[in-house]
Ligand binder design. Structure first.
Ligand code: GRF
Length: 215
């Protein structure tokens, strides 16, 4: 079974969705550890309660990004993971770190990339007046919120929507697509070809999840 290490910074609801999927027998991976860069991340307690090894490495105690990333990589590599999963990990990663995990570093981002990389995605979607918004699971490259897309989920932006209502509806989709993407990785159904993700033939039509609200 493939091993994963999950990196978090806060609430950890995506991590929780992965733990739940694994407990339900729907995600054939061994969650070897959860690591947070913030000692007060709520997700650390959740991981520990689930019996998963949980560590924190406080980025504030390091002189700079490279030093923190080196310590983080050393901690991750103790577990020899097949995949490192960023689940609300609020740090920009150095190029060296990203290259070290090339093809085995996944992220979830709350927008339909390449639209709205970075922060405040829901506010920016409202400001732009887009009609469709969503989330993306992708392999990570050194460019922020960029990289080969694995799966996306779309929801409509409704007239009465606020940042909070969009965030809540998108989070529901995040909790579906992240376990799905990692399951495909675990089952060797994803390959990277010329910077794009290829899915195995049996999955050809399943990498976009359109919320039933979209008609
Ligand atoms: C999610 O919206 C995720 O897409 C983004 O940060 C948020 C993390 O939420 N990268 P949680 O910590 O998984 O609850």
């Amino acid at each position: 079974m493939k091993k994963i290490v999950i990196l978090i910074s806060g609430r950890g609801s995506n991590m929780e969705a992965l733990i739940a999927a694994s407990d339900a027998g729907q995600l054939p991976v061994n969650i070897a550890a959860v690591i947070s860069n913030r000692p007060d991340a709520k997700g650390l307690e959740t991981a520990a309660r689930a019996g998963i090894t949980a560590h924190f490495i406080d980025h504030k105690t390091f002189a700079g990004r490279e030093a923190f990333d080196a310590a983080l990589a050393e901690c991750i590599d103790q577990f020899s993971p097949d995949l490192v999963v960023l689940a609300g990990f609020m740090r920009i990663l150095s190029e060296g770190f990203v290259r070290h995990y090339a093809g085995r570093l996944m992220n979830i981002h709350p927008s339909l990339l390449p639209s709205f990389p970075g922060l405040h995605t829901h506010q920016r979607a409202l400001e732009e007046g887009v009609r469709i918004h969503g989330c993306t699971v992708h392999f990570v490259t050194p460019t922020l919120d960029h990289g080969p897309v694995i799966i996306q989920a779309a929801i409509p932006v409704l007239d009465g929507d606020t940042e909070e209502s969009l965030a809540a509806r998108i989070l529901v989709q995040e909790h579906k697509v992240y376990p799905q993407a990692i399951r495909w990785f675990a089952e060797d159904k994803l390959t990277l070809e010329n910077g794009r993700v290829r899915l195995s033939a049996d999955l050809a039509d399943t990498a976009v999840l359109i919320s039933p609200e979209v008609r």
